[in-house]
Design a protein around this ligand. Structure first.
Ligand SMILES: *Cc1c(COP(=O)(O)O)cnc(C)c1O
Length: 421
């Protein structure tokens, strides 16, 4: 459920007509709903009620300061995967003891800054990372709390580019070798082993892979405790999918996911962390774009939009589907026709949808991409020297630009000319 509904024939973001935002900020832009962000966070928080838990928002999904602050004020922790994200979380007011540091390639410098600034735990992904973390923690003079990310070798049955829990993926340590690596970590002077971490992929639309993975984590918890490790925290990752095509998808609900967590690991007495990103931000955001041209081709018609793959790369990168709806609701019974919906970038990959049934549209009309809140703005680029598009946050009947569109001069002036030119 989200808060983007038609009212009186016009798409609204909460109580604000989307067309009003377009008129004031220009297109294309992203718009997020505060109520939807908070609702999704609360669904997870409530699903784990009765267990000692922390929902750590995986901020790589959408990391604008205003979004982070909205969630942090509701009690969310953050899962970060880079030094930049750590800095962003801190700048949004998130205390270090609510920040989990994940990622396969943490540099010594990133580790040092997080150790000095304060961190809840590092989710360590390899033996060499253990060595670097131990050394840097020694230099800083602190003990680093860690979990080790185990790779449970389960098939998440999601798109290959976002599956992370099979043995061929670069993530984590094979679960079969976990005891050995935990023994190594346990012997290091500046590390404290506190738990286990697992994250098997993104956009999972079935609970079975989670169940298999969490059962393996539960077994490993028992074994590691027998080996003498004080396993008291389980980080169960993110990955719960969202319905991108409303008409025919019904992914599992956070409540069922919470029940599964209680069933698989509840008896262990551990504190539980989860790291949802997409399910919190995905359906909390739209990308709004204007039709520039309607072009008739050989046997097919094109809707050419002012938004492009550099603004929303998911269709080009993952063959992802986004529902695309007109901002002005078509009258009931309006006939639809198939269009290829494309952007202006000079790549054939700049195609959002092929042969998508749409009501009649003309140049100047607005369309909204649903479910664009996660992995949208954060993955955008300035390819074709197209400015990063603005982000807008709605809260009831108020809205604010939370990232402004840069001017061409601002973009150009980031380059510097060497003195020999
Ligand atoms: C990307 C990622 C997540 C979030 O995944 P979603 O599918 O957005 O929920 C959580 N944890 C880690 C370690 C990740 O890399």
């Amino acid at each position: 459920m989200d808060h983007f509904l038609y009212r009186d024939g016009v798409l609204h973001a909460e109580d604000v007509p989307v067309a009003d935002i377009a008129a004031s900020v220009g297109t294309p832009f992203y718009v997020y709903s505060t109520a939807t962000l908070l609702r999704h966070f609360k669904l997870f928080d409530d699903a784990l009620e009765g267990m000692d838990h922390l929902v750590c928002y995986a901020m790589k999904a959408a990391s604008n300061q205003a979004i982070l602050k909205t969630l942090a004020q509701a009690g969310a922790g953050m899962d970060v995967v880079s030094g930049g994200e750590y800095a962003r979380a801190r700048a949004a007011g998130v205390p270090g003891d609510k920040i989990v540091f994940s990622g396969v390639g943490k540099t010594a410098d990133e580790i040092r800054k997080a150790l000095i600034g304060g961190i809840r735990q590092f989710n360590v992904e390899s033996e060499p990372e253990l060595e670097v973390l131990n050394r840097v923690a020694g230099e800083v003079g602190v003990i680093a709390p860690i979990t080790i990310r185990v790779n449970p070798d389960v098939d998440a049955k999601t798109h290959a580019k976002i599956a992370t829990g099979k043995s061929e993926n670069k993530f984590g340590i094979p679960i079969a070798r976990a005891r050995e690596v935990y023994a190594m970590a346990g012997a290091m002077d500046h590390l404290e082993v506190i738990g286990i971490d697992v994250h098997i992929g993104s956009q999972l639309t079935d609970l079975t892979p989670f169940e298999l993975a969490y059962q393996k984590v539960a077994e490993l918890t028992v074994q590691l405790r027998e080996d003498g490790h004080d396993i008291r925290r389980l980080d169960l990752g993110g990955g719960l999918g969202i319905p991108y095509a409303r008409s025919n998808e019904a992914p599992p609900l956070p409540t069922d996911y919470g029940a599964l967590i209680k069933r698989t690991v509840g008896h262990l007495g551990c504190e539980v962390e989860i790291e949802p990103g997409r399910l919190i931000a995905g359906n909390a955001g739209l990308m709004v774009s204007e039709v520039i041209y309607v072009k008739s081709g050989e046997g097919r018609d094109f809707l050419i939009l002012d938004g492009a793959m550099n603004d929303l790369i998911r269709p080009a990168m993952y063959e992802a589907h986004h529902d695309i709806v007109p901002v002005i609701e078509p009258a009931p019974g309006t006939e639809q026709a198939p269009y290829d919906i494309v952007g202006p970038v000079c790549e054939s990959g700049d195609t959002f949808a092929k042969q998508r049934m749409m009501p009649p549209l003309a140049a100047g009309d607005l369309v909204a991409f649903r479910s664009a809140g996660a992995y949208g703005a954060v993955m955008s680029s300035e390819y074709n020297t197209r400015p990063l598009i603005p982000e807008v946050l709605v809260n009831g009947d108020q809205y604010a630009v939370i990232r402004a569109r840069p001017t061409f001069d601002e973009m150009i002036n980031r380059d510097t000319i060497p003195e020999w030119l």
